[in-house]
Write a protein that binds this ligand. Structure first.
Ligand SMILES: [Zn+2]
Length: 227
């Protein structure tokens, strides 16, 4: 009976809100799907080296998607227009992108996963942390440890993308603090964030993590404009 009701509900939902690709809004078979054109164009998993981006603390960052086209709008709407419904679509990209690592160095098993934190005022204004919505189910599915309040953002910085490159390092400098260094010392850390731009934000997080005794800090981002 429950299954019939569920099926009926899905049908009603599909009629009222027909499933659409979140990037180009063309019709798709199921809620959560991307159309094949957007999927192919966006999903480009790759490993960005910290050294190539002149980062001092972050070893590298594994990136799942190209930051372009409809994905830019999806991430923007999730951040600034309360479109938390897109988390489901983005989780699909994340799962597919991290499942395709065979051609790359092995995706290591971290001791702990930490999201690049939002400033508390931004979190309060938005009502949710989009990075947690995207990554948390994936991390839980792997039985990895998620530490969300061990790395905190004390300084409410200007969004990095609004600034020219030379000002970005200064903007983000000393923005983060470790609240419980005993959870970090001796650990391999994976930092996760929605977008990797210059990498300076992750590098600043990696700096305080290394100062707290982390053995290594690597990154995972959903999207980046870097090739
Ligand atoms: Zn599409």
């Amino acid at each position: 009976m429950l299954r019939i009701l569920n099926g009926l509900w899905t049908t009603v939902l599909d009629v009222v809100y027909p499933p659409k690709c979140p990037a180009c809004r063309s019709a798709v078979a199921h809620h959560g799907d991307w159309c094949p054109v957007c999927w192919e164009g966006l999903l480009v998993p790759r490993l960005l080296s910290g050294r190539a981006h002149q980062l001092r603390y972050l070893t590298d960052c594994y990136v799942v998607c190209r930051y372009q086209g409809g994905l830019k709008r999806v991430l923007h709407d999730m951040k600034f227009r309360r479109a938390r419904r897109y988390a489901f679509h983005l989780q699909r990209l994340l799962a597919a992108g991290t499942g395709e690592v065979k051609s790359l160095p092995p995706f290591y098993t971290p001791d702990a996963v930490l999201p690049v934190p939002l400033h508390p005022e931004r979190l309060a204004g938005r009502g949710y942390d989009q990075t947690e919505l995207i990554f948390r189910p994936w991390v839980d599915g792997k039985n990895w440890t998620w530490l969300s309040d061990t790395l905190v953002r004390d300084k409410d910085t200007i969004a990095q993308w609004r600034l020219p490159l030379p000002e970005r390092r200064q903007n983000i400098k000393d923005a983060f603090t470790i609240t419980r260094p005993e959870l970090i010392a001796g650990k391999h850390i994976l930092l996760v964030d929605d977008i990797f731009t210059s990498g300076l934000t992750m590098d600043e997080c990696a700096k305080v993590l290394c100062q707290a005794g982390a053995v290594e800090v690597r990154g995972l981002a959903l999207a980046s404009g870097s090739p």
